[in-house]
Write a protein that binds this ligand. Sequence first.
Ligand code: ADP
Length: 499
Amino acid sequence: MSAIEKDLSWHSKAANLKTDVKPLIAGKRISSLSDVHIERVNPATDASGLKIQVCSAEEVDIAVSAANSAYQVWSTLPLMQRKMILGKLAELVMQNHEELALMDCIEVGKPISSALMEVQIAAAFFSYYAEAVDKLYGRTAPSDSDSIEIQKHMPRGVVAALTPWNFPVINVALKVAPSLAAGNTVILKPSEYSVLSALRIAELALEAGIPEGVLNVVTGAAETGNALVQHKDINMLTFTGSTNTGKRIMQSIGASTIKPMLLECGGNNPQLLFADMLDSDIQGLIMGILQSAMMNQGQVCVARSRLLVEERVFDKVADAIRDACQHLQPSDPLLSETNFGPLANRMQYDKVVQAIGEAKNAELIVDGRTAPRPDRGFYCGPTIFHDMTGQSSISKEEIFGPVLSITPFKDEQGAIQLANDTNYGLAATVWTKDLSRGHRLPQLLNAGWVAVNASTKQSMGAGIAHSHEPYGQSGFGVEGGMTGLESYCRLQTTSITHG
Ligand code: ADP
């Protein structure tokens, strides 16, 4: 099939996509009890789009009861069966990857090539945690000869998962897969901007053999989320989103119930570039830097949006980055060659454009607001600022858009100081050829995940088994890998004294 035919087919597949937005509770799609809806538009065209049901507290209650009843079944199922069902779900996600990718494409404007790759990563998470079901060992504590102390990982009960719109399928998999693998039941509330793939994954879970009520999806925005947060029969909350929402959730929980939380919030992540990297393959390096900052149009909490460059190569690097921006041109997400789509929704577009317009103490070098782009839709191209002190609003705030600030540093100490000059601490990248610096620096950086000589894309591909925990205002709790699975378990000790 030629590229043109392929693109025509993406458009026609998108036009024929079944888009059932009804919540899925206790194994069934339900029509909402309330007639409150959220009207959405397609970010790539600004045309009116889906109408999302807002689940009421009453509907949340029904979902919680269903998850509670199903917990008895799911948590006691033989491990081999739990493992096989989750493995089957991973297969079904892959078998339906085009459909799931198109869903994210039409809802949040994700370029189809990225969306397809993200579904593969989501399937890999399901498959990883399916395999992990029977590999989570407990411990035997040291004890006297007349007793034995056994520590076991038990499920927590009903988990509420609140996910954002930036990586719909990956965020669902990252939370749902370990929750289910640990034996919990789940109520998922995806962002009001991205419901389709979450609902479809829950349908595929039923097809894979997950009992009704084990994975429920309610739809809605803050109010629906808050009904979950405050519900007394929910045993754990796992959230990814903004720091402000994370704070609100902590207050809300504190005022209502006690439940363990896993919060992955915002970031304002640095990449530190040392001059030794410029000895070879500058083109690859520059694309890696841009990729780290602009992936998903910069709408990713681990976007490395502050580039700190060793002073003596600042001009050279800044020029190369400005030139390379022309390879990232915003265009139609349904074209297979598109590598830069629109921003995911009008709210985000307005926020980004406003932050660019109001930037103080920084020089605008590439203005994404005027980049060549489709006539309609929420497009903003790569935007570059020179910020000579690292103190501009563009460097200090999390923009969550395709905006990179570039700041020079004198020496290693200066670089670390600038890098850590933030309340956040999700991620960082160190670009250096010096092996000992590559080992030394990560320990000095306040970040949960430090990549050395790798763009975000490459690091993600390098393995999905890594675990990390945020620092500072970026949240807390481990996600990913086997340690991430333990987050969804509670440790129970059995002490047996021999008669
Ligand atoms: P983002 O802008 O990255 O989606 P948000 O923090 O706004 O981040 O939202 C993340 C998730 O939390 C979404 O599912 C959203 O609907 C939900 N949410 C937003 N506000 C609240 C709230 N006050 N209580 C509970 N959930 C919320």
